[in-house]
Design a protein around this ligand. Sequence first.
Ligand code: PRX
Length: 634
Amino acid sequence: MSINLQIKSFEEYKEKYAKSVADPEGFWSEIAEDFLWQKKWDSVLEWNFDEPKIEWFKGAKLNITENALDRHLAERGDKLALIWEPNDPKEQFVRYTYRELYERVCQFSNALKTKGIKKGDRVCIYMPMVPELTIAVLACARIGAIHSVIFAGFSATAVSDRVNDAQAKMIITADGLNRGAKQIPLKRVIDEALATCSSIESVIVYDCLGWDISMTENRDYWWHDVVKDEAKICSAEVMDAEDMLFILYTSGSTGKPKGVVHTCGGYMVYTAYTFQNVFQYQESDIYWCTADIGWITGHSYIVYGPLISGATTVMFEGIPTYPDAGRFWQIIDKHGVNQFLTAPTAIRSLMAYGEDHVLSYSLDSLKMLSSVGEPINEEAWKWYYLHVGKERCPVADSWWQTETGGIMISGIGNLSPMKPTFAGYPMPGIQPVLLDQEGNEITAANVEGYLCIKAPWPSIIRTTYGDHERCRINYFSHYKGYYFTGDGAKRDENGMYRIIGRIDDVINVSGHRFGTAEIENAINTNKNVIESAVVGYPHPVKGQSIYAFVVLDKVTEDALMTKGEIVESVVAEIGKIAIPEKIQFVTGLPKTRSGKIMRRILRKVAEGDVSNLGDTSTLLDPAVVEEIVANALI
Ligand code: PRX
């Protein structure tokens, strides 16, 4: 495969876009021709959004790893597939050519098979950002096992929830991980999680830190032991285009995180297509996305999209501020990175250190910049464009979601016009609409509405694991005939979209997604708590932060200690990433007479905007609001 799915001009984008809307099947089948299929499809697309039932490339057979590895061997066998940069700059980086990566993946695939893993089994992966994480993901895909990567910051309870929901047979983990100056245990978390997971038969442990850890006999195996006698070739399992490729858990506005399911064929086509277009990757470029593979961005734009396209992808173990706030820029110069993708929260945190760090590096290799995960404010956009891109590099703000599998609305390399804070244009094949509250499409220019998508694209969510009805209710029942994103957006006179943020009870903290109910449930596990309500509020670095209003069963004698215990409950249930920045004890929550919490009021209090709280007369107890306002933590 060559990198030949690229649009070359904005005019061509407009033509392709028009074709993709007029004839989606013709458009996508032409693109799909560029991939390696063991058998071509019987039909390109069959769908309805009512059940929902969405099938792309039905009847086709493939293995995504043959596209990401095998077919590059002839022409790109010696090309670098992966560059791994360690947490500590003094440590040696690691590079794998496509042939080396292929061999490692095959070897580990054989090890998985020896341990009894077969097609359709679920394998959870809870690992540091080391090459073995990419190898584990690809090895699962090669043998048809369904991977479920769990971000290595989640707690034992969060891990066991995910393992149990997926009824996973195996966990792949490490002794611990490096994160800046800290080392964080992982296997200990797994041991705790496994106390409540009966489906797990074996654990493979990668030796990342050289720690002496406890290993349970006949359950736990070292990575280096399981691979040592395995062959470096392994035939790829034949997968149906609609067979599950992976599950990735993400938070919604209700209940526990749900397992978003992506399938093999459509996900492959869409991630490669968008990778090649958004980043305008050229054959000898070095591409770097700073996300963690624990999230969808890492799946689609560190592993699958780049490797399917034959690109060189960089993987970084550490954090932007270790050993100093110049670490990202140093890595760009060190490896000659051409395309760079990061999150607004990282840009804002580095901005806070001033320009000196970024100005000490040349950054000459950069050709384009991109941002993902949350709205990018104008100040951060300008800093990124000016100091990192030196006004030479376009900034593509890409909007998408775990459920969409790939980038939906974005700038396209240096082809499309840029406008700070606007994500840009829909990718070919994506038909966004803005709806009003009644579900009518708003077609005028310069309008705001609920962002929905009118027709399926190849990497759309297929189901939520084990509970299809949940998928229907969450995404396809709000407005009949549309995929509901949960985001609000604005469209300007040129058809560019600006994402305003979530309109449901989802909070986005440093690009990490949480449901308010999920955090409230965690807080409520504390024995002193009667109930709680959580809202997001703007934060200068994290984008949003968490504010918790908590009702205790009796007045606390030591507020600080009780807050500490509540924080511990959140850490135990979810992980440190979900700790509320502010906790306010209240004697009651503002509720309607039917018992519904009026979050609108709490959001205003958290934002520090208490001048106009709107009509509070419908509340069960309006006096509660006065007390909350008087004691607000602003
Ligand atoms: O609210 C939007 C925000 O992140 C949500 C999706 O989160 P997640 O599934 O974790 O995926 C993040 C990485 C793709 C969206 O509903 N979001 C994502 N990208 C942007 C964004 N908000 C504004 N601008 C973006 N570029």
